[in-house]
Design a protein around this ligand. Structure first.
Ligand code: RIB
Ligand code: CA
Length: 307
């Protein structure tokens, strides 16, 4: 039986590869995608998500979520131009399929309070605004979500500030609600995603597969590599998604984790208590390393398929 997943995305080039992996993975069943403000405005995330599913020729329900963080009126720093790693829209034909009429938060509540909720892993790979709002609106949902596999945070370093990773920094209060909710969680921070990076030679191997998914993923990777100019890219969100089916991709530690929401220099920092200084019960399995070769081989296997 494939493992049911819902992806909460801010699509985005790496979200797009995660969506493709979710559709093409033989051991996963993608129930729906929910979108959230993040890499691009939420309406662009929704359009991008639909573009990815159209490219693969599949119909997966897409629910649009929050256009802003859980508490803050906007991002801590409003974005004046698109992030070059993602652009304004994915470089794919405009979507012909349509989003669902229901809001993502209402969908998440209805789905998880329903019969299939307890057997469906939630994979948030954008800011945690939808998740926090769903918890706030229906607190019983925390007993119904069997596990969240979250892409977010950084232990050794950040990527927006020295302290903070984008998904957590973009909605720190929302992230804190999710982290402290009691929902079982695995967290996949930058430490793991960069350990599992994909370099230019591996991108060429993907492109050579010639399938729509592999060719599109290679182009997205090109864009990401150009934007950082380090000869490789972390495909953050795809690693978190793939770990649902194969936990051995990650090297995890069972620790207490919290999110900084106040610090002048550290707002949005994930604080992983790796040396048990708080005395608090562990609430997450955090991945501080990952199997790079296994992940890249899996990407070739999945993206070389057609739906
Ligand atoms: O920091 C990396 C994360 O931020 C990824 O999920 C990327 O898509 C962006 O949302
Ligand atoms: Ca993302």
């Amino acid at each position: 039986m494939p493992h049911k997943v819902i992806l909460d995305v801010d699509t985005g080039t790496d979200d797009a590869i995660a969506l493709m992996c979710a559709v093409l993975h033989p051991d996963l069943e993608l129930i729906a995608a929910t979108t959230v403000n993040g890499n691009v405005p939420v309406v662009n995330c929704t359009e991008n998500t639909l573009r990815v599913f159209d490219l693969l020729g599949v119909k997966v329900p897409v629910y649009e979520g929050l256009p802003k963080p859980f508490v803050r009126p906007n991002f801590p720093v409003p974005r004046d131009k698109p992030n070059p790693a993602h652009g304004e829209y994915l470089d794919l034909p405009p979507a012909t399929s349509k989003k669902q009429g229901q809001n993502a938060v209402d969908f998440l509540i209805e789905y998880y309070m329903g019969p299939d909720g307890p057997s469906t892993t939630l994979v948030p790979v954008g800011p945690l605004s939808n998740v926090a709002m769903a918890i706030r609106m229906e607190p019983r949902i925390v007993e119904r979500i069997p596990e969240m596999v979250i892409m977010g945070g950084g232990h050794e370093h950040g990527n927006v500030t020295p302290s903070a990773e984008f998904n957590i920094w973009a909605d720190p209060e929302g992230a804190r609600v999710a982290f402290l909710s009691g929902i079982p969680m695995r967290v996949v921070p930058l430490d793991a995603t960069w350990a599992a990076r994909t370099d230019t030679a591996q991108v060429e191997q993907l492109r050579a597969l010639g399938t729509p998914a592999a060719v599109a993923a290679a182009a997205f990777c090109d864009r990401r590599i150009q934007s950082w100019n380090v000869g490789a890219t972390a495909i953050h969100d795809a690693l978190a998604l793939c770990a649902v089916a194969d936990p051995s991709l990650l090297v995890t530690h069972h620790v207490y984790a919290d999110v900084e929401t106040f610090g002048e220099l550290t707002v949005g920092r994930t604080v992983f208590d790796t040396h048990a200084r708080t005395g608090k019960e562990p609430n997450c399995h955090v991945a501080l390393d990952a199997d790079r070769e296994k992940f890249n081989a899996l990407l070739r296997d999945l993206l070389g398929r057609t739906a």
